[in-house]
Design a protein around this ligand. Structure first.
Ligand code: ZN
Length: 228
């Protein structure tokens, strides 16, 4: 009788905000999602990918992770990981932190492949542009009154990726406030040219994220019982 060797195959995969491998090998996953919000592009995101994989080959084999916009033939390889079968029941869970800079909104796919084997796993997720958060006159009044309890400035500490020059960007939501000492106002169009090296920094996404978190904090403050 012919002995058949089981071929490697992927089980499933999810994406989430945070995942921690327990000593037992099980994984605690937090904030499983199907969609990222972005306020501008490029949008830099970091997250976790959890996949299951069965019948891994005995010899060391590269596991390749790529990302592509749905419908595009171009796959960006974001990580490779050498794996081999070193576990008796040969069922693996892989917990991986990944990051990617998205240049536009759309439907994306994370593609996992095992070199020299046919098996393939696709984990889909979407990038959607979120409306720019604005504050009504009434909301501004409430912020003004509750400055001791609520954030009222958009602040971000960022480094130029080219020359490492450090910047503290700020946007004041309350018109009567002044900018904090040593800060640079967020440019209106979100595009900042590094003063040292001329590198272009695109700030819309980070500014929108922080602005939204201030708005969310205000909404929670106004509706403390609405715990959703
Ligand atoms: Zn620079």
């Amino acid at each position: 009788m012919k002995r058949t060797i089981k071929q490697p195959r992927f089980g499933g995969g999810i994406v989430c905000d945070n995942a921690k491998t327990q000593p037992s090998g099980k994984i605690d996953a937090n904030g499983i999602f199907t969609k990222f919000w972005a306020w501008g592009y490029p949008a830099n995101r970091n997250w976790f990918l959890i996949i299951t994989l069965f019948y891994v080959p005995k010899k060391q084999t590269p596991l390749i992770f790529g990302i592509r916009k749905k419908g595009s033939s171009k796959i960006d390889t974001i990580k490779t990981l050498d794996i081999k079968n070193d576990n008796l029941d040969n069922a693996h869970i892989i917990n991986l932190q990944i990051g990617y800079v998205f240049e536009s909104e759309g439907d994306y796919e994370l593609i996992c492949t095992l070199k020299d084997y046919k098996t393939k796993l696709i984990v889909p997720f979407n990038i959607r542009t979120r409306e720019w958060p604005s504050f009504s006159n009434n909301e501004i009044k409430i912020l003004e009154k509750n400055k001791a309890h609520l954030p009222f400035k958009v602040s971000a500490q960022l480094k130029c990726k080219n020359c490492e020059q450090h910047y503290a960007f700020e946007e004041k939501i309350l018109p009567n406030e002044s900018y904090s000492v040593g800060t640079v106002p967020f440019p209106e169009d979100g595009i900042f040219e590094c003063e040292s090296c001329g590198n272009i920094m695109k700030l819309k996404d980070i500014q929108g994220q922080i602005r939204t978190s201030i708005k969310d904090t205000l909404i929670n403050f106004l509706n403390p019982s609405k715990d959703v």
